[in-house]
Write a protein that binds this ligand. Structure first.
Ligand code: NAD
Ligand code: UGA
Length: 459
C-alpha cells in the first residue's frame, strides 16, 4: 500500500508505544513505524503479550498493527525512509559525573541524534517527544547541522502530557497539544505539519504553537506544578493527623474553589512515577545553573515533602506495631506507583518495602499488574518476601495490611473474610484513603488512614 507520509518513532516505551498507536489509528493514510534498541521489547510489541499494561491499548494495537503501524528493531532503515521522526527515548537522571543525581542523562538522546545524522538524506522534521531540559533542541540542532548528504533538518518540540494508566484517554482527548518551533518560515511550516497530524482528531484551538524554549520548559513546569499540588496536600495531611481535621474534607472544601480545582488533591503515601522527581530535579538543576538559588530551593521543597510523606508513613506503621515488626507478616497491597499500570519506577512501595525489610518484617506483596516488575526491583534485596497474585492469600496470617496503590480491586475485596484470616489485632494502613474505613472498623480492623483520625478498638 502507498502511504501519504512515513513517520518513525525512536523509543518504544510507555510514551512511544501508546502515542504512535493512537496516531496510527487516527491517521490511516500515514505509515507509522516504531523502533527500539531493545529487541526483546520489539518482540513483545509484535506479540500477544505487550510489554506494558495500559487500559485500551491492546484493542488499538490489534486494529492497526501490521496495517499502518509497524514495530521493528531496524533503526537505520526506519530513519532512512521517514519524513518525520519522533524521538521518545528515555531521559533519566544522570547517575555519574557533572550534575549526577539531578541533571538529565542525555546519552540516549545524543546517540539518537548521531544516528539520525548518519542515516539521513533529504529533509526531515525531528520531533522532541521526550521530556528534555530547556535548550536541548539547540544541542540537537548543533549535532544535525554538521550536515551530511545534504540532509536538512527542522527540530520541533512536542512534549507529551499523557499519564500512565489513562494514556489512551489522554491521547484521544488531550487538554492541549503543545508544539514548539522556531518562529521562522521553515520552523512554522514544520510545526504546521505536526499540527496537521493531531488535527485529525484534536480540535484546532487545543493545538498550541509556541517558541521552542517555551515548549521545552512548559513540560517541566507542568509536572512541577502537578507534583507541587500533591506535596501541598500531603503537607497538610500531617497537620490533620495532629488536629483531628480530615484531609478528604479539606481537599473537597479547598478544591471546590474554582481557582484551585478538585483534581490532584488526593493525599497519599507520596507521588511516584518516572517523571515527577526526575523533572523537578532537572528544573532545580537548571535554576541553579542560572544562579537562581531561591528558585531552586522552592522546587526542591516539593521533593522534600514527598520524601517526608513516605518516611512518616513507614514510621507510623512501625510505631503503631509496638515499635517492632521483626518476624511479623505484613501484606503489601500494591507495588505499582499508581493504579492501572504495571510500572514501578520511583514507586513509593519500593521505599516502604525497603524500610520494612530493614526492620526485619516478613512481607507478602500483591498487585494485579506489577508483580513482574516488583520481582525485578527486589531481586537481590535481603529479607523475607513472597509475591502473591491473590490478595486473600497475601493477607493470610498477616498482622497488618499496608495499602500502597489505589487499585479499584482492593476496594471490592471481602474484608470480613480477610479479617478472619489475619492475626489479631489486625491493622490496615490505607496509604491512599480509598477503603471504607468505618466498615473496616466494624469488621474488627484497627484502621490508620492518611490525614484522618485513626479508628482503633483500644483507647
Ligand atoms: P521508556 O524507558 O519506557 O522508553 C524509552 C525507550 O527508548 C526504551 O524502550 C529504550 O530501549 C529506548 N531507547 C533508548 N535509547 C535508544 C536508542 N538510541 N535508539 C532506540 N531506542 C532507544 O521511557 P518512557 O516512559 O516512554 O519515557 C520517554 C520520555 O517521555 C522521557 O523523556 C519521559 O520523561 C517522557 N514522558 C514520559 C511519560 C510517562 O508517563 N512515562 C509521560 C510524558 C513524557
Ligand atoms: C505525570 C503527569 O500527570 C503527566 O501529565 C505527565 O505527562 C507524566 O507525569 C510524565 O511526564 O511522565 P504519571 O507520572 O504517569 O503522569 O502519573 P500521575 O497520574 O501524574 O501520578 C503521579 C503520582 O502522583 C502517582 O504516584 C499518583 O498516585 C500520585 N498522585 C496523583 C497522588 O498522590 N495524589 C493525587 O491527587 C494525584
Amino acid at each position: 500500500m502507498d502511504f501519504e507520509r512515513k513517520m518513525l518513532c525512536i523509543g518504544a516505551g510507555y510514551v512511544g508505544g501508546p502515542t504512535m498507536a493512537v496516531i496510527a489509528l487516527k491517521c490511516p493514510e500515514y505509515k507509522v513505524s516504531i523502533v527500539d534498541i531493545n529487541e526483546e521489547k520489539i518482540r513483545k510489541w509484535n506479540s500477544g503479550q505487550l510489554p506494558i499494561y495500559e487500559p485500551g491499548l491492546e484493542e488499538i494495537i490489534s486494529k492497526v498493527r501490521g496495517c499502518n503501524l509497524f514495530f521493528s528493531a531496524d533503526i537505520k532503515s526506519g530513519i532512512r525512509e521517514s519524513d518525520i521522526i519522533f524521538v521518545s527515548v528515555n531521559t533519566p537522571i544522570k547517575t555519574f559525573g557533572l550534575g549526577a543525581g539531578m541533571a538529565s542523562d542525555l546519552q540516549y538522546w545524543e546517540k539518537t541524534a548521531q544516528q539520525i545524522l548518519e542515516e539521513s538524506e533529504g529533509s526531515k522534521i525531528i520531533v522532541e517527544k521526550s521530556t528534555l531540559p530547556v535548550k536541548t533542541a539547540q544541542v540537537m540542532e548543533r549535532i544535525l547541522k554538521t550536515r551530511k548528504n545534504g540532509a536538512q533538518f527542522e527540530v520541533v518540540s512536542n512534549p507529551e502530557f499523557l499519564a500512565e494508566g489513562t494514556a489512551i484517554q489522554d491521547l484521544l482527548e488531550p487538554d492541549r497539544v503543545l508544539i514548539g518551533s522556531h518562529q521562522t518560515e521553515s520552523g512554522l511550516r514544520a510545526a504546521e505539519e505536526i499540527a496537521n497530524i493531531y488535527a485529525h482528531w484534536v480540535p484546532r484551538e487545543k493545538i498550541i504553537n509556541t517558541n521552542l524554549w517555551s515548549s521545552e520548559l512548559s513540560k517541566l513546569v507542568a509536572n512541577a506544578f502537578l507534583a507541587q499540588r500533591i506535596s501541598s496536600i500531603n503537607s497538610i495531611s500531617a497537620l490533620c493527623e495532629k488536629t483531628d481535621a480530615d484531609i478528604a474534607e479539606i481537599s473537597y472544601a479547598v478544591g471546590s474553589d474554582r481557582r484551585i480545582g478538585l483534581k490532584f488533591l488526593n493525599a497519599s503515601v507520596g507521588f511516584g512515577g518516572s517523571c515527577f522527581r526526575k523533572d523537578i530535579l532537572n528544573l532545580v538543576y537548571i535554576a541553579e545553573n542560572y544562579g537562581l538559588n531561591e528558585v531552586a530551593d522552592y522546587w526542591r521543597m516539593v521533593l522534600k515533602i514527598n520524601e517526608y510523606q513516605e518516611e512518616r508513613f513507614v514510621a507510623n506503621i512501625i510505631k503503631t506495631m509496638f515499635n517492632t515488626v521483626v518476624g511479623k507478616k505484613i501484606a503489601i497491597f500494591g507495588f505499582a506507583f499508581k493504579a492501572n499500570t504495571g510500572d514501578t519506577r520511583e514507586s513509593p512501595a519500593k521505599f516502604i518495602v525497603g524500610k520494612l525489610l530493614e526492620e526485619k518484617a516478613t512481607l507478602s506483596i500483591t498487585d494485579p499488574q506489577a508483580l513482574a516488575n516488583a520481582r525485578i526491583d527486589l531481586a537481590g534485596v535481603e529479607g523475607e518476601i513472597t509475591f502473591e497474585e491473590d490478595p486473600y492469600r497475601a493477607a493470610d496470617g498477616a498482622s497488618a495490611i499496608v495499602l500502597v496503590t489505589e487499585w479499584v480491586v482492593f476496594k471490592t475485596l471481602n474484608y470480613a473474610d480477610i479479617y478472619r484470616r489475619m492475626k489479631k489485632p489486625a491493622l490496615i494502613f490505607d496509604g491512599r484513603n480509598i477503603l471504607e474505613h468505618r466498615r473496616l472498623f466494624d469488621v474488627g480492623f484497627d484502621v490508620y488512614p492518611i490525614g484522618k483520625p485513626s479508628l482503633t478498638h483500644f483507647k
